[in-house]
Design a protein around this ligand. Sequence first.
Ligand SMILES: N[C@@H](CCC(=O)N[C@@H](CS)C(=O)NCC(=O)O)C(=O)O
Length: 235
Amino acid sequence: MAPLPDITFYYFPLACSQAVHIVLHELAIPFKAVSTRHNSDRKLEAADGSLTAEEYRDQVHHSNYVPGFVVTFPDGNKESITETPAILSYLASLVPERNLGGKTELEKAKVLSWIMWIGGTLQGTAYSAFLAPRRFVDASDEKLKEGVQAGGRRNIEAGYDHIEKHLQKPGSGWLVGQDVTLADAYAYVIYRWGIRLAGYDMEKYKKYTEFARRLEGRESVKKALEDEGVPAHFN
Ligand SMILES: N[C@@H](CCC(=O)N[C@@H](CS)C(=O)NCC(=O)O)C(=O)O
């Protein structure tokens, strides 16, 4: 195996970055985790004071978002990677024998399909419309804002229905193939958003709840939650 690069990972507790956090632990890859916080302009900066919001924007994430991910190679070359699906795929490629990106070519395509759909459709469109309608319309227009938020909610529910239906099909209980993949880590994070951000009773998604409970029992999830200082949802 080629030597692993040094990894610095920037996160915000319970945000989408948690999928990356889980996968780092799942693969037992050494990394330095840096929590972020909002500065007075509501821009993310490193909570340990190592990077101001401007430095974080210039060196880590062009939009001041998490996950932030910086790799430093043995020759000193430093690269940042943005976008959750891209970071997850890169991590899976560092430990290919674990097949976290899927085992066969078909599974690889399916894992990519899930993580892009969760990141793009469920998080990027549906959750953004619900949580940040100003990104889509003039939010001072209450009617427009409420319309976008209602659309976001409908799409979030359609997304959870889709995951639930998929998990109801006979299979391993994971989203793709016979074992845990990148897709499952991301789906766990978005399950908890349903409770915390959208206020849903997620227990109504029976298979998805059972799936989230099973994932939360894994050491990787326990460690990510502990690092982030957030409680487990299930006991
Ligand atoms: N498309 C990006 C989305 C990242 C994103 O939306 N991150 C959110 C947290 S889940 C964020 O950092 N928001 C800015 C903030 O909280 O100030 C990705 O996949 O990484």
